[in-house]
Write a protein of this length. Structure first.
Length: 255
């Protein structure tokens, strides 16, 4: 067999393997996702099929209870049940995040929930930027000298702008005294009893959520996370650019 024919055969086998994972798999192992990410440049299908759609790992033995969970969250946030889904390690059984890829879901893991709500995105973003406007030194156009900004405040500004670009809002970025933050966390935490009703029981550290303006924004956000994962997997340990960890992950000690 010629070298060219051998290469073509390997490419065909690789493409068939990717197709089998995409079409025939109802669940995904971390090695499967690693293979997909390494072999693809367009992640739209992977993000939709494996990160956003389907029954999550934590509900795989009780699919109907996942529907109940979505209905409960939807009722509390006044959205449709189709505008709620679980993502992250609770969805796959392992973390797809670049900074902790492959880490299995455990009792210390958070459950991450996506909620689609333009009204809540608009309100939350407005209140967040209103809060950010109070941080740091006062704006003085006459001052030409460098100003000092707290590192955490700078990170918060950067994440808020990045999330706004991807049309999502993270309620944990609001100050603890904020009424909207308290309202969102109270509503999402009130669904935790459903996990204890599963057989076997699922113990979760806490339930977090991210609010997206619309579904396309959620798809774009998780497609981008897969691009970041691909770059991270190609980065040698201890060298090259590293993925920037979200503040709430850093605060939880999950890094």
């Amino acid at each position: 067999m010629s070298s060219k024919a051998h290469t073509e055969k390997n490419d065909t086998n690789q493409h068939q393997k990717l197709l089998d994972i995409l079409v025939k798999s109802t669940s995904l192992r971390s090695q499967d996702l690693r293979t997909l990410v390494a072999s693809m440049d367009n992640f739209d299908v992977v993000a939709k099929v494996f990160l956003l759609e389907g029954v999550p790992f934590v509900f795989e033995s009780s699919p109907m209870k996942y529907l109940i969970f979505r209905e409960q969250v939807a009722d509390r946030f006044e959205v449709g049940y189709q505008d709620v889904c679980i993502v992250g390690s609770a969805k796959l059984g392992f973390s797809p995040s670049p900074h902790k890829f492959g880490k299995p879901f455990a009792e210390t893991s958070d459950v991450d929930v996506v909620i689609i709500s333009q009204a809540m995105f608009d309100q939350g973003t407005h209140e967040l930027f209103e809060y950010l406007n109070t941080l740091g030194p006062a704006l003085n156009f006459e001052n030409r000298e460098p100003v000092s900004v707290d590192a955490r405040d700078w990170r918060l500004h950067r994440e808020a702008v990045r999330n706004y670009v991807y049309e999502n809002f993270n309620p944990s970025h609001l100050p603890e005294s904020n009424a909207l933050r308290h309202q969102i966390f109270s509503k999402i935490s009130s669904t935790s009893a459903l996990f204890l009703a599963l057989q076997p029981q699922v113990f979760v550290s806490k339930i977090r959520c991210r609010i997206f303006r619309h579904w396309r924004a959620a798809e774009d956000y998780y497609v981008n996370s897969l691009r970041q994962l691909k770059r991270q997997l190609h980065t040698d340990a201890g060298s090259g650019a590293k993925y920037e960890v979200d503040l709430d992950d850093e605060d939880d000690g999950t890094v």
